[in-house]
Design a protein around this ligand. Structure first.
Ligand code: SME
Length: 150
């Protein structure tokens, strides 16, 4: 299990005073991806138009460039503003398979000041049922800490 307290302290130190969304996303994607062997694709999709996500900073193999809110796990997270914890991607209707090795994933909405939807954090794993409620709680808190005032 990832040491979220340690990771969050490192991220806070690295990102202190930074307000550029892309710089923050790039730093988080890197730090998260290398912190846990379960994470095979770690990155952000950004809201670029009403109901439209585009790829942001990420680590791992290439991701889909464009995801409408109506599609996939990322779209569901953006549409509902609720974290999507998917233990088995094959059981999720409309899952977008960018990598056939992906078995499970978690997608956390990234919300700024006054409820502005900035994008989503998407972490994919090649292991089935890789993510827990503890991951969800820690990642939601991390997104709030880093992006909540932007
Ligand atoms: N997890 C996404 C798609 C995979 S990415 O392009 C890396 C989804 O179904 O929303």
């Amino acid at each position: 299990m990832i040491d979220y307290a340690d990771l969050s302290a490192r991220i806070a130190a690295l990102t202190q005073g930074e307000t550029d969304e892309i710089a923050l996303m790039a730093t988080l994607a890197c730090e998260l991806h290398h912190a846990d062997d379960r994470f095979d694709w770690t990155g952000f999709y950004r809201v670029v138009a009403p109901d439209l996500l585009k790829i942001g900073p990420y680590q791992g193999g290439h991701g889909c460039l464009v995801i409408p809110f109506s599609r996939g796990v990322c779209g569901a997270a953006a549409r509902t503003r609720q974290t999507q914890l998917v233990p088995d991607v094959e059981a999720f209707a409309g899952h977008i398979a960018c990598s056939s090795s992906t078995r499970s994933e978690i997608v956390v909405p990234v919300i700024g000041r006054a409820g502005r939807l900035i994008g989503v954090l998407d972490i994919d794993s090649d292991r089935p049922d890789a993510f827990t409620a503890a991951d969800q709680a820690a990642l939601e808190r991390m997104m709030q800490d880093v992006f909540g005032d932007l």
